[in-house]
Write a protein that binds this ligand. Sequence first.
Ligand code: GTP
Ligand code: MG
Length: 150
Amino acid sequence: YERTFIAVKPDGVQRGLVGNIIARFEAKGYKLVALKMVWPTKEMASKHYADLSSKPFFNGLTDFFSSGPIVAMVWEGDNAILGGRKMLGTTNPRDSEPGSIRGDLCVITGRNIIHGSDGPDSAEHEINMWFKPSEVNDHALAEAAWVYED
Ligand code: GTP
Ligand code: MG
């Protein structure tokens, strides 16, 4: 199955939303295969958001992303990359539907509490950036037989 990189940003950690967010991914049926709390350096933040380096908000974004610890995770499941993005909602929480994480839990783009990989290439790149291979687990879950058909 697909793996996607999900991170609760510093605002989500400060606001005590880590448990709420993890509960949603667990309840969906995705499998948590890696998790750590890490305080990103400005350099890590800049690398993580390198594709946005030409944007006017890049410096503020990377200052914010390195302003406190994040909770970095890898979630695995059928269609986990696109499905995870749908769970997040749109970049601007104004447009996020109620029921989505951003639609339910935050108000503005610059404090949208959670990151999710936007495609297979970024997922692989981000997982490798934040986790060593040995930190990503390959365990079976008994409940998989109740989430999937085969
Ligand atoms: P991530 O999951 O964090 O990558 O968000 P995204 O994929 O929904 O959006 P994108 O990758 O385009 O932008 C990354 C982050 O930069 C967003 O989550 C916002 O926090 C921030 N950002 C994006 N666009 C704007 C903007 O126009 N203004 C400001 N201030 N921040 C922005
Ligand atoms: Mg993005």
